[in-house]
Design a protein around this ligand. Structure first.
Ligand code: CMX
Length: 132
């Protein structure tokens, strides 16, 4: 298993409409997709920066993982997602190395990707996502 590149960086924000102005007006990036991921209780906005994307995450419900994160830590970097060839194989590989999985199996995330998360307590505090 080898992570191919950073697919995206997830950033928790309170309000996408407000936050996107910084990415558009200061960094000159273009928002090419806004999508709600009902399963994760978030609204997402995507910007491309070279091969990598920035994913803004706004909670759509007070009990979403992102709402909890903002309440506890404030807005900021929420997770790093690595592109892998096969999310299920990458999850299995991590588990074999004693990393606790949040997702035992890949599931559908934004942009139709197969995604799976590793627990931040086992990855030096960085919530890590695999996607393929
Ligand atoms: N990065 C690093 N650490 C995090 C974290 C994050 N994003 N979110 C929570 N933690 C830490 C907490 O600070 C806490 O640490 P302490 O015990 O030292 O205080 C610990 O993990 C447990 O956190 P918690 O607040 O009690 O929250 P939960 O256990 O309920 O959930 C987590 C934490 C990571 C398991 C949960 O947020 C999760 O399942 N995340 C994966 C799904 C997700 O994040 N979806 C949103 C994005 C979806 C998308 O990109 O489409």
């Amino acid at each position: 298993m080898k992570a191919n590149y950073i697919e995206h960086i997830g950033i928790a924000v309170k309000n996408i409409d407000k936050a996107r102005k910084y990415y558009e007006e200061v960094l000159g990036l273009e928002c090419y997709n806004i999508e709600e991921v009902a399963d994760q209780k978030v609204k997402t906005a995507f910007f491309k920066v070279g091969e990598t994307k920035i994913e803004l995450l706004e909670p759509t419900s007070a009990d979403s993982a992102v709402a909890k994160f903002i309440e506890k830590r404030g807005e900021g970097i929420h997770h790093i997602a690595f592109a892998v060839d096969d999310t299920n194989k990458a999850l299995q590989h991590a588990e074999n190395k004693d990393i606790k999985l949040i997702d035992k199996k890949a599931r559908k995330g934004a942009e139709g990707l197969e995604i799976g998360f590793l627990h931040p307590k086992f990855t030096m505090g960085v919530l890590t996502e695999f996607c393929s």
